[in-house]
Write a protein that binds this ligand. Structure first.
Ligand SMILES: [Zn+2]
Length: 128
């Protein structure tokens, strides 16, 4: 079996969109409370779900934050057209990611996940 030269690279906490290292999720205050997440330099917003079982909620936190907490706007956006989302396995204690793909079978296990959302247009509010 072929092995990569440096396997540890696979575990580095890098943004799935721009491959830059991202910061450990921190508490972000919003109008509706707070969530654990952050913003990458490339504009991608990420939100942390410690169990991987509230991904719907985690997603809404990330997308609404990306939309300046405009929920109506966030709800009106379409995946693939207005934004892209990527879910990665993430261990907040060690601040590492798992290179394993997130699939539906693995989704059953409680595991930390990061939901990355990136708007396709920077000034999405200017659309309408
Ligand atoms: Zn990024």
């Amino acid at each position: 079996m072929k092995q990569r030269e440096d396997k540890s690279v696979l575990y580095e906490p890098r943004c799935p969109f721009c491959r830059e290292l991202f910061d450990r999720p921190k508490e972000i205050d919003t109008e509706l409370g707070s969530f654990l997440g952050g913003v990458c330099n490339c504009g991608a917003v990420y939100s942390f779900d410690p169990t991987g079982r509230n991904l719907g909620e985690t997603f809404m936190e990330a997308i609404s934050y990306a939309c300046d907490q405009d929920w109506d706007l966030a709800m009106s956006l379409e995946s693939g057209t207005d934004y892209e989302e990527i879910i990665i396995n993430y261990d907040i204690r060690t601040h590492t990611v798992s290179p394993r793909r997130v699939n539906f079978l693995a989704m059953r296990r409680a595991q930390g996940r990061l939901f990355f959302v990136k708007l396709k247009r920077k000034n999405i509010k200017a659309i309408d």
